[in-house]
Write a protein that binds this ligand. Structure first.
Ligand code: FES
Length: 95
């Protein structure tokens, strides 16, 4: 299991199986990462991996449409396109 800390939601701590999709974990736990399409199109689920970026999978081409190189370097990902294989902490802009 991996531990995901949802910083923007009072640092809510959620356990999930390895290689879980970040948006799905958020939905199941009602952790609050914003979303619309769930399919990598709208960009609503933009979030920042504050710690544990190395515990996320490779950035998908769909993400690059919404995230600049600077965003990616700063740890931004799209939650619906991100799979988690170790402990992370994530924040996002409240919408
Ligand atoms: S929810 Fe639309 S891109 Fe992730």
């Amino acid at each position: 299991m991996v531990q995901i800390t949802f910083i923007t939601n009072g640092s809510m701590l959620v356990q999930a199986p390895e290689n879980s999709n970040l948006l799905r974990v958020s939905l199941r736990a009602q952790a609050g990462i914003p979303f619309k399409c769930g399919g990598g199109l709208c960009g609503t689920c933009k979030c920042r991996i504050e710690t544990g970026l190395e515990h996320t999978d490779k950035v998908k081409p769909k993400e690059r449409k919404h995230l600049s190189d600077a965003d990616l370097e700063a740890g931004y990902r799209m939650a619906c396109q991100t799979f988690v294989n170790g402990d992370i902490a994530v924040s996002w802009e409240r919408k």
